[in-house]
Ligand binder design. Structure first.
Ligand code: ATP
Ligand code: MG
Length: 435
């Protein structure tokens, strides 16, 4: 049998040519989250399977169809399909909830779901997400939504619609479930098999079914907003007030139920129309019951997760700016062993200052070294030939302009190079114009 050495379906390689795009999103996400007081958390890639069954919910697509579960010896593990369960588990296990509240953490991680791969839908994908625990107040919902919006805005994304909904609490949901059950019971013969089994246990899941027939049936189903209890209604109204106060545009979409069972009250999505059918770049909401469900003391909480691949697709389609890719600052061309050892010394000194410096590692001819320097797009070129080494006088060539600047090969070398590279001028000139 032929070896299959290709990457698995639904996975992607992130090559060096594209890494600056990822750095852009990661850097913006980190700095915006930190500006709201969120601290980074890192959790294991796999957890005990029960953790996800318990939190994400037995009747969700994720648990029923999409988890990557492995038996390792006698223990069953699951590759995380999302970040919330593991993060809350970690917050509990490390006693974060005994510290000052609210506790606010963010993460950048990969998730694994066995879905049908398509544009914006992968089997291994990446999320920037965060969780806030300890506040039941709608001002916290507004804070988290405003953080998500700040990330999207800072990335330069435009026209991303925010949809919000409330899916109530267990009290009001009981009434709603009755109404939903009655509605779908009357249309039972048209439901898909999965939804039939959801009818008793969790009829709200039918509204999230990806089958077109169930989707069509769900269109005229009763909406949760008509069943909210006073507490949930007030919460939802206050949230809208805060969003308006912050000038954050939103629409209410009573059909948003989210694909994970742990949500209560507020749910929200940021959606773009620029990348086709998988346009939800961010999904989140409140999950007031989850911490207790996972063995902690009752503690209200909320969060969101953004799909990084979908963010990047949208940024590309909108022509957003990315951080400049790094490139070589200086290539030192050499002609003999004496040149190589001097190149090593200078390279190391400049590297300590943070410059990207290279010299020949392949025993190449001078001509091929020039070709290589050109290929890697070095900003400056320094030739260390016999003449330069003997006289101690070299020339630094600006590869963009062709301009040559004389440089002494002595103790002033690092400072002189730094000045030319950073300011395009010489020490002497700098002294004249400094204040
Ligand atoms: P969808 O409705 O698109 O299936 P979801 O409700 O399953 O999304 P969440 O579990 O809320 O998504 O995950 C949060 C975000 O992670 C999504 O909004 C999306 O941007 C991203 N995401 C989810 N699943 C995938 C996937 N298979 N591939 C790429 N990104 C994904
Ligand atoms: Mg999904």
């Amino acid at each position: 049998m032929a070896l299959n050495l290709k990457r698995p379906n639904g996975t992607e390689d992130i090559t060096p040519a594209n890494i600056h795009k990822w750095y852009t999103v990661e850097q913006v996400a980190r700095s915006v989250a930190q500006s709201y007081g969120f601290r980074e958390i890192r959790i294991p890639t796999f957890e005990n399977t029960e953790l996800f069954q318990r939190s994400v919910g037995e009747t969700t697509d994720v648990v029923q169809k999409e988890m990557y579960t492995v038996m390792a010896k006698e223990t069953k593990f699951t590759l995380r399909p999302e970040g919330t369960a593991g993060t809350i588990r970690a917050m509990l296990q490390n006693g974060l909830l005994n510290e000052a509240l609210p506790q606010k953490v963010f993460y950048l991680l990969s998730c694994f779901r066995h879905e049908r791969p398509q544009a914006g839908r992968l089997r291994e994908f990446h999320q920037f997400g965060l969780e806030m625990a300890g506040s039941a107040e709608p001002v916290a919902d507004a804070e988290v939504i405003s953080l998500a919006k700040a990330v999207l805005d800072t990335l330069g994304l435009k026209g991303i619609q925010l949809y919000i909904n409330s899916i109530g609490c267990p009290t009001c949901r009981a009434e709603y479930h009755k109404a939903l059950r009655a509605y779908f019971e009357a249309r039972k013969d048209q439901l898909c098999d999965t939804c039939l089994s959801r009818l008793e246990k969790n009829p709200m899941r039918i509204l999230d079914c990806k089958s077109p027939i169930c989707g069509e049936l769900g269109k005229d189903a009763p909406v949760i907003l008509d069943y909210l209890c006073e507490d949930c209604k007030t919460h939802f109204e206050k949230l809208q007030g805060y969003l308006k106060a912050m000038d954050i545009d939103f629409s209410i979409n009573p059909k948003i139920v989210r694909g994970l069972d742990y949500y209560t009250k507020t749910v929200f999505e940021f959606v773009t129309t620029d990348i086709g059918a998988q346009g939800t770049v961010c999904g989140g909401g409140r999950y007031d019951g989850l911490i207790e469900e996972l063995g902690g003391q009752h503690q209200p909480a909320l969060g969101f997760a953004m799909g990084i691949e979908r963010l990047l697709l949208t940024m590309e389609s909108q022509g957003c700016d990315f951080l400049e890719p790094n490139h070589c600052d200086l290539y030192i061309a050499t002609m003999d062993p004496e040149g190589v050892s001097r190149a090593m010394q200078y390279a190391n000194l400049l590297r300590q200052e943070g410059f990207w410096v290279e010299y020949d590692l392949l025993g190449r001819s001078f001509k091929s070294q020039m070709k290589y320097a050109d290929k890697i797009g070095t900003s400056y070129l320094l030739v260390l030939g016999e003449n330069e080494l003997t006289t101690g006088n070299a020339n630094l060539k600006n590869m963009k302009t062709g301009e040559q600047t004389p440089l002494l090969l002595d103790d002033s070398f690092v400072d002189s190079f730094t000045n030319v590279a950073m300011y395009g001028m010489f020490d002497g000139v700098m002294d004249e114009i400094s204040f």
